[in-house]
Structures are given as structure tokens and as C-alpha cells.
Write a protein that binds this ligand. Structure first.
Ligand code: DX5
Ligand code: ZN
Length: 217
């Protein structure tokens, strides 16, 4: 399983340093949470931060857009150097258009669903996406409790991928820790995001090792 530390829980005043620590620890993806204060009740940062951070890291930049009408800002994240751009099913009536914009720009397209949203609504886009993100908490904040019932959706996505011959990776985000990552691994998750578990620790690199070991047990 790939590990994607979320910088939401990093120290924003020492961001480049925190990013370097998780990169040296072998994290494959850097998960970047963009929140607009409308789609979710919290506000983070925009495309400029992604652009400024880009020269500091070779990790895959996984930009999770928690913004209304993401199609309006997708070009900014493409220009900033995102490798994956994730848009929420719940955030736009133009889901296909948004995913198509990302793909046409040569960036990997990801669709995201909240805990209250079923996999069935994604039937028309699963064939076109590179990644599906199943939220394992309601988005907006770090440090929330993992919702184990979301693992049914992961299993459903594994089954659909096999049946239809699709190629998407399955990612989870929220409440991932040493014990919950075991459920994720058992369900078939490919990429696990972890924010507070990694960055609230004295030694983030050690936490990444622990996650990897727990996932492979
Ligand atoms: C939540 C964000 C997550 C967050 C996860 O809305 O999308 O990426 O950083 O934080 P933890 O791992 O602390 O639940
Ligand atoms: Zn996220």
C-alpha cells in the first residue's frame, strides 16, 4: 500500500521541512487538502502553495479539492504542478466535465465520495478515472474518527474494477492510524492518506514505517 501524508496536519510555518521529512521516510504521495470554507467548514490554502512547494519535492502531488465548482480552479492546480487532482461528486453538477478537464490537461483524475454517498452514483465515471477516493471521515478537519462502514464501499470498488476491467487506484482519507490501516489493507485499499497520525508525532518518519508494517501484517 502507498502512504500519502496529508500536510493539513503539518506545521504550515515549516512546511518545506515537514515535506522533506516524509519524503525521506519513503512516502509515495503528498496529500494536499484544498478547502474553500464553503464546500467544507474550513479554509486552507490555494494553488500558489502547491506551486511554491513543487520545487521542494519529487513526491506525487495528490491535490484533494474540497471546493464548490472545482472546474473553475482546476487549471490553476494543473499549472501549479499537481500530479493527481481529486474532485468531489458532491461539489459539482458537472462531474464528467471536471474529470475530463483534468485528464485532457495530462493530469491524473480522481473522483471523491463523502461517507454519505454511495458508490452507485459513480457508475458513469468509473471507467474514466485514475483514482477513486473513499472518504473515511466527513471532510473538513484532521483528527476525526475512522468510519469502518466505509470499507464496504472499498470492497464494492474492488469488485467493480475486476468485473469491468477498470484500472483505478482506491484511496482512503481520514482517521487512518496503525490499527485502522489494517481494515483498509484487508478491504483492498491501494493508497492510504494519514494526517494527524503522522504529523502530530514527535517522529513522523517512524509513524510512516509503522503504517507500512501494519498494512502488510
Ligand atoms: C479531511 C482531509 C484529510 C485529513 C485527514 O477533510 O481530507 O486529508 O488531513 O486527517 P487525519 O488523517 O488526521 O484524519
Ligand atoms: Zn484529504
Amino acid at each position: 500500500m502507498k502512504i500519502a501524508p496529508s500536510i493539513l496536519s503539518a506545521n504550515f510555518a515549516e512546511l518545506a521541512k515537514d515535506v522533506q521529512v516524509v519524503e525521506e521516510a519513503g512516502a509515495e504521495y503528498l496529500h494536499i487538502d484544498i478547502m474553500d470554507g464553503h464546500f467544507v467548514p474550513n479554509l486552507t490554502f490555494g494553488a500558489k502553495l502547491v506551486k511554491d512547494l513543487r520545487p521542494y519535492s519529487k513526491m506525487v502531488f495528490d491535490c484533494h479539492l474540497m471546493v464548490d465548482n472545482p472546474e473553475e480552479v482546476i487549471p490553476d492546480y494543473v499549472d501549479a504542478g499537481a500530479d493527481i487532482i481529486g474532485v468531489h461528486y458532491e461539489a459539482t453538477p458537472h462531474l464528467h466535465r471536471a474529470l475530463d478537464m483534468i485528464k485532457k490537461a495530462g493530469v491524473k483524475a480522481e473522483v471523491v465520495i463523502n461517507p454519505g454517498t454511495p458508490v452507485s452514483v459513480l457508475s458513469e465515471v468509473l471507467g474514466m478515472v485514475d483514482q477513486v477516493l473513499v472518504m473515511t471521515v466527513d471532510p473538513g478537519f484532521g483528527g476525526q474518527k475512522f468510519l469502518p462502514e466505509t470499507m464496504d464501499k472499498v470492497r464494492e470498488l474492488v469488485r467493480i474494477r475486476e468485473e469491468k476491467g477498470y484500472t483505478y487506484e482506491i484511496e482512503v482519507d481520514g482517521g487512518v492510524k496503525d490499527h485502522t490501516i489494517k481494515d483498509c489493507a484487508a478491504a483492498g485499499v491501494d493508497v492510504a492518506v494519514a494526517g494527524s497520525y503522522v504529523f502530530d508525532a514527535e517522529n513522523p518518519a517512524e509513524k510512516i514505517d509503522t503504517l507500512r508494517l501494519s498494512a502488510n501484517e
